[in-house]
Design a protein around this ligand. Structure first.
Ligand code: AMP
Ligand code: MG
Length: 326
């Protein structure tokens, strides 16, 4: 099978990173470090990036990795703390090695590259809610493999209090699987075919500043969707669309963010998880997401991820409401 080694490596790396993050949570060590752009980051973000980069580098030494974090801001005290967690998995890792592994994630765009969000939804991680380790392989601007490891997400939608830990794995032309972390559960995913407005379930960010809530509400009302939106952090939202828990995830920039663009690591893995489950992912203009430009989706404005059957109608309403400019 094409991409078999990439898929297996991505699963292993994302799972280990997820274990590190859960260990940090268990130890209640997820104190925030504030980045230059005022967004939060924790030692788990850095530890997860170190582990994933170190593993990918061993198997695919020529592939650049574009990760969210870099180690430039870290003091030795923080590096030592990160190294303690990395040592659960790489017992001989030194703080200096950990620094260099993190910085392997500062690669440049190429015809083939990996993109990593070591903790997508850091605010959710800190709050005790959902988060994901998101890892994707991109070739010629198109996502070929995407893995979302969601340690806090119930494995089965029908058992919200059941086993936690959901792994979504999408591979180009091979479909999307939902797996348990221990590999004992594996299920091909299929989006819903809901078109009835009383059935369509919208999913959105918990953080109200990540997308324009007022515009989302206009869209929902115009389409006459009746269900109350589900709020969830991170690309776990894409997993929810892929497994039919939700039918639509829309991201609309706030007026003050019109010139900002989405990060590739916030969407690459999620996008293939949805499309390989039969859904559709575009920007608000209906353009495919273009992962060939750099760390940002410079050619795209906002995101629409759906079960596919409602996609055209949602885009038409976006145009009518003149949602977004750009
Ligand atoms: P979510 O949990 O879906 O809201 O997404 C979390 C991601 O939103 C983070 O990884 C950030 O990269 C991204 N983010 C942070 N601030 C903004 C913003 N103002 N607009 C859009 N996305 C943002
Ligand atoms: Mg993110």
């Amino acid at each position: 099978m094409l991409y078999e080694q990439e898929k297996q490596s991505a699963i292993t790396a994302a799972q280990l990173a997820a274990k590190l993050c859960e260990q940090v949570r268990q130890d209640q060590a997820e104190q925030t470090i504030t980045k230059a752009d005022a967004s939060p980051v924790t030692i788990a973000d850095f530890g997860a990036q170190a582990l994933v980069c170190q593993m990918l580098r061993q198997t695919f030494p020529n592939d650049p990795i574009i990760g969210e974090e870099d180690a430039g801001m870290l003091e030795m005290r923080q590096l030592e703390q990160i190294a303690q967690y990395v040592q659960y998995f790489q017992p001989r890792a030194t703080p200096e090695q950990v620094r260099s592994w993190i910085n392997q994630g500062t690669g440049q765009i190429a015809s083939r590259y990996w993109t990593l969000d070591p903790i997508d939804g850091t605010k959710g991680f800190i709050r005790g809610d959902q988060y994901a380790i998101a890892l994707a392989l991109v070739e010629a601007g198109e996502v070929k493999v995407g893995v979302l490891a969601c340690p806090a997400l119930p494995l089965e939608v029908t058992k919200p209090r059941g086993r936690k830990g959901a792994l979504f794995v999408g591979v180009k032309d091979q479909g999307t699987l939902l797996m348990s972390f221990d590999g004992t559960f594996s299920q091909p995913l299929q989006v819903t075919s809901h078109t009835d407005p009383s059935l369509v379930q919208v999913i959105r960010s918990v953080e109200t500043v990540h997308s324009d809530r007022a515009q989302q509400q206009d869209l929902i009302e115009t389409l006459n969707y009746r269900r109350r939106p589900i709020s969830m952090d991170s690309q776990a939202k894409y997993g929810s669309v892929a497994r039919g828990e939700a039918d639509l995830y829309v991201r609309i920039p706030l007026p003050q963010d019109q010139l900002k663009r989405e990060n590739i690591w916030d969407h690459a893995a999620g996008a293939i998880v949805v499309t390989e489950a039969g859904g559709k992912v575009t920007d608000l203009h209906g353009k495919p997401l273009d992962f060939s430009q750099g760390a940002k989706l410079t050619q795209n404005v906002g995101i629409v991820a759906s079960n596919g059957v409602i996609h055209a109608q949602v885009l038409a309403v976006c145009q009518k409401l003149a949602v977004m400019t750009g």
